[in-house]
Design a protein around this ligand. Sequence first.
Ligand SMILES: *[C@@H]1O[C@H](CO)[C@@H](O)[C@H](O)[C@H]1NC(C)=O
Ligand SMILES: *[C@@H]1O[C@H](CO)[C@@H](O)[C@H](O)[C@H]1NC(C)=O
Length: 359
Amino acid sequence: MFGKVVLFIYLISFNVFRCAADWFDTQKVENLVKQWSPLIWLAPDEKYMPLDVEQFLENVDIADENAKIISQSRQLSRFHSKRYNSKKSYLVPSVPLDDLKTNSSSFLYGKSPKLSPTVPVYAVITYCNHFSKGNVAKSGFNKTKSPLPYFHVSYWMFYPYNEGKDVCFIGKWPTPLIFSKCFGRYKKMGNHVGDWEHMTLLFSGKEYPEKLYLSLHDLGAYYTYEKATNTFKFESRLKKEKLAHLSTTKEFPEYVRLQGGHPVLFAAEGSHGLWAAPGEHEFVRIPSIRDKNGYGTPWKTWASIKFHHSGRSAPLPWMRFKGRWGSPKSNCVLSRKFGLCELTDGPRGLLRDDQDFYC
Ligand SMILES: *[C@@H]1O[C@H](CO)[C@@H](O)[C@H](O)[C@H]1NC(C)=O
Ligand SMILES: *[C@@H]1O[C@H](CO)[C@@H](O)[C@H](O)[C@H]1NC(C)=O
């Protein structure tokens, strides 16, 4: 008897919560996501533009760690299969990289959002089922008056290629600069096929976001929205393990400004890391690694957004891909495992376990 009552109460409360969760309209959330989507300035000398993921997939195959092709990724249904969809899978261009680089109309160079405004950003929305009791009590279950939900949204941008950084070499060996001069020749190291970058906003039941997160290589910065000044102010930084041993600098720009209500960001030349201000930013002091940003091509991301409501809509087949979005590393100095590589592993996809905000 007691069990039945508990079950009954459980079922009722489950339904109430389910109602509460579906209670606001998805359209309202999508409007907010669009309204706050970033204006991204690509760097003046940027060669590697963003691209629609579907177009990238038409030009790559699924390979193993040794770059041996195991399937054509054009068959998206393959992403459901364990054999092709493991953490050890890679996506390698069907044409050799050097041929793609010498062909300025190849997919590797992406598309300028100025000429192709349909290059999308992918908005992954994660709902937090917090509904402040006050709101529920005040408006009851009245859809037209429903409060806004708590959620975070990551805006993901995809670029087919990431150009690494210049490293000075003498013969086969990387060499430090001597009086800021390279006495050998520069070579770009740390390039990779496939590049995912993102910015995340946290909304806490209001018409404006509470916080903004900028992802920067293996670093990240949190900003807090200030309604009075209509800007996001720097709050703290996140340093991921990979860079923990390097001396990273603290100098993140203090504000993310808004233009026409959109956060204004600057994507670094070649590597596409997102910064809040134009100019040169040193993010690792030794060895000196800098990002260069400026007013090159504006990317109005609100022109084309593909939404994914996490846990509410089925992800697109490619979103399920667990492998790397690029070729496996090659041409490494020292060992493949620890070395500095000319071509490094592609990044992981956009549905990740680690989140920028937790509910
Ligand atoms: C360059 O790339 C375009 C687009 O993929 C392709 O149609 C063309 O044949 C390529 N040109 C050469 C010389 O490979
Ligand atoms: C819901 O709210 C709207 C707007 O305040 C109001 O016009 C409407 O009558 C309400 N509906 C119910 C069922 O209370």
